[in-house]
Write a new protein. Structure first.
Length: 651
């Protein structure tokens, strides 16, 4: 067993019903980094679980005439079944109703009380039951709405124990300053510092008397412990903190990576580190607050009827298709927009056209031209050396991206090898070489290089798409010794003489329009459709008509955003470096109001490529990024072309 340990956690999920792909996204990301770290030699501990206490659970169970625990048990089984279906590789699943957790939380509360960091007082303020959050008058505003979920809050006044959060304000500031990567990405860190910590921290009410579904305060059973103290402590109670066996705690704490949704970053990067400081425990290396998956630019919500569930997607398209989309489509840390069309297009372009095509071509040509035997490479000129160079340099780039939690970049580096291999086939034309006996050495080289490049691709996708990787390895007859991370660090691991065997198609090609109809029926709400509000329609005033010849003068191309920064002299302008085929363009765009400079990095956008360059406030702009905006400019969305290679003309 490796002496390098890695502890990764998801938030413990609130069992309010069926989990959608937003919840799935968090767990898939945690699973991806856990699998990757195991793959690269770490002793990994991966924790997930459920948060089961609080007033909302008690009320809902009472409405159903059930005991809270009985109400919860069925939902927890559904959550575990989903993770089993998705083959999530967690090592521990903790429930906050577990005896091991409840006992440890009481000991933690007692320890903080004995230290003087918890004291008895009276709480008066605003409480959001769905979020289990406490707010001040200023935070809820005149409308008395929760700042997070926008629901109405309730005025509460009761006896309460308080945690001296204010005591840890300066230690938190100092820690943030000395550990700049603790809260990530940068935008979340700045929000926590500027909007909360530097604005002043009040002591935190950490007990309730108005309901009793929770862990009792050990020395005052009229109080139950505030659910966010209870829930946050799961990360250490699962390791046996304050139990008879603390060996896991000694081995794995502090956590290397705690992955949470951006809506609960505040709890994990203010309350949680303050609690750990009070307990004299080291803080996690990094708390990563990822963005939301939006549905057509809107947050998924049962009330809006726009929730996408993972089970029907998995049943129809497979686990790896969903995992690939979630990891490749979105920049981790930022919001991403889900549409059924984007999902289906990503499958066809990347998994069918690129990876599936490479596997099919490689194995079929080895079968046809060399009796299914992987030949020995014999020619080493430039065209062959380039493919080897691209493939050999890929693992280090993937490792860098994975360690930064940029899964989309890691997959893009792998797919560069996939696309380069397919291009290599077109360049070398094995079907032509096969007709000329004098070209046998070159043909053998092409076939070997394709098989070996495919092996390296498969090794590096194996922690992310393990089902797909297994199928490719089987067709290549790759032994266990050449499926390891170490084997991918050099080109040439696949032994000449290996017999390949063509298998099933990895991913069938999809009829996009047909599948869109199927997916629409998958997620159509089974309840009665909500009444749609009357929307006033506006008359569209069209510009003068143009001819097809006029339109043909415009050159639209796909470009990949490489860099983005604020314009040095204009707040509303952003300056982009955009890859368009073999050239890099600098384009200035007035979208700073709607996009942070980092939001579009790595995305494929549509540009006007033959627009005459202009100078905008001292910076040259060599084109225009296309976007759609409302008439009053209150909303703007950049037009993207994910799944299409940069440089391709839009027509």
């Amino acid at each position: 067993m490796s002496n390098k340990t890695f502890y990764v956690t998801t938030p413990i999920y609130y069992p309010s019903g069926r989990l959608h792909i937003g919840h799935t996204y968090t767990t898939v990301a945690a699973d991806a980094i856990a699998r990757y770290k195991r793959f690269t030699g770490f002793d990994v501990r991966f924790l997930t679980g459920t948060d089961e206490h609080g007033e909302k659970i008690q009320k809902t169970a009472a409405e159903k005439k059930m005991m809270p625990k009985d109400y919860l048990d069925g939902m927890i089984e559904d959550i575990k079944k989903l993770w089993e279906t998705m083959e999530i590789s967690y090592d521990d699943f903790i429930r906050t109703t577990d005896e091991r957790h409840e006992k440890a939380v009481q000991k933690i509360f007692q320890k903080l009380y004995d230290k003087g960091d918890i004291y008895l007082g009276e709480y008066e303020g605003w409480y959001c039951i769905p979020c289990e959050s406490l707010w001040t008058d200023t935070q809820v505003g005149e409308e008395h709405l929760c700042p997070d979920c926008k629901r109405e809050v309730q005025k509460k006044k009761e006896s309460s124990y308080f945690f001296k959060l204010s005591k840890y304000q300066q230690p938190l500031v100092d820690y943030y300053n000395s550990h700049p990567d603790f809260c990530f990405p940068e935008s979340r860190k700045n929000e926590m510092l500027n909007n909360f910590i530097n604005a002043g921290l009040d002591d935190l009410s950490v007990s309730r008397t108005t309901f009793d579904w929770g862990i009792k305060v050990p020395f005052d059973d009229k109080h139950v412990i505030y659910v966010w103290i209870d829930a946050l402590c799961n990360y250490i109670t699962a390791l046996g903190y304050l139990s008879e066996d603390e060996s896991l705690m000694e081995k794995y704490w502090p956590a290397n990576m705690q992955i949470v949704g951006k809506e609960i970053v505040r709890f994990h990067t203010i309350i949680w580190p303050a609690l750990l400081m009070a307990l004299d425990l080291p803080l996690p290396d990094k708390v990563y607050g990822h963005g939301w998956i939006l549905f057509s630019e809107d947050k998924m919500s049962k009330s809006k009827g726009n929730i996408v569930y993972p089970e029907p997607i998995i049943e129809r398209y497979g686990i790896d298709a969903l995992k690939y989309f979630l990891l490749k489509e979105f920049t981790f840390g930022q919001d991403g927009n889900y549409t059924n069309r984007n999902f289906l297009t990503r499958i066809n372009s990347d998994l069918v056209n690129d990876l599936g095509n490479l596997l099919s071509r490689t194995v079929s040509m080895i079968e046809k031209y060399n009796d299914s035997i992987v030949p020995e490479p014999k020619v080493f000129d430039s065209v062959h050396a380039e493919l080897k160079k691209v493939a050999s340099s890929m693992p280090a780039k993937v490792d860098d991206a994975m360690n930064r939690m940029q899964f989309n970049e890691a997959l893009e580096e792998i797919w560069k090898v996939v696309r380069r291999s397919n291009k290599y086939v077109d360049e070398t034309m094995p079907w032509v070489l096969a007709k000329d006996e004098t070209k046998k050495d070159e043909l053998d080289t092409v076939l070997y290089n394709l098989a070996e490049a495919l092996r390296l691709v498969t090794v590096m996708i194996s922690p992310l798409l393990h089902i797909t990787a297994k199928k490719i390895f089987e067709q290549l007859s790759a032994g266990e010794e050449i499926r390891t991370y170490e084997s991918a660090l050099s080109f040439g691991g696949l032994k000449p003489g290996t017999k390949v065997a063509k298998g099933e198609i990895l991913f069938p090609r999809l009829d996009i329009e047909k599948e869109l109809e199927v997916m629409e029926s998958m997620f159509k709400p089974k309840t009665e459709e909500p009444v749609k509000e009357e929307v006033e329609t506006k008359e569209i005033i069209h510009k003068d008509e143009i001819t097809i010849d006029d339109f043909a003068k415009m050159e639209l191309r796909v470009g990949k955003v490489l860099e983005a920064s604020k314009h040095p002299k204009a707040d509303r302008l952003l300056v982009f470096k955009i890859q368009v085929g073999s050239e890099i363009r600098q384009i200035v765009s007035g979208i700073a109001k709607f996009y942070d400079p980092k939001d579009l990095i790595g995305r494929n956008v549509v540009i006007v490529a033959n627009l005459k360059p202009v100078n905008l406030r001292g910076v040259e702009s060599q084109g225009m990024i296309l976007s759609a905006a409302t008439d009053d400019d209150s909303k703007l969305v950049v037009i993207q072309a994910e799944g299409i290679e940069d440089g391709v003309e839009v027509r």
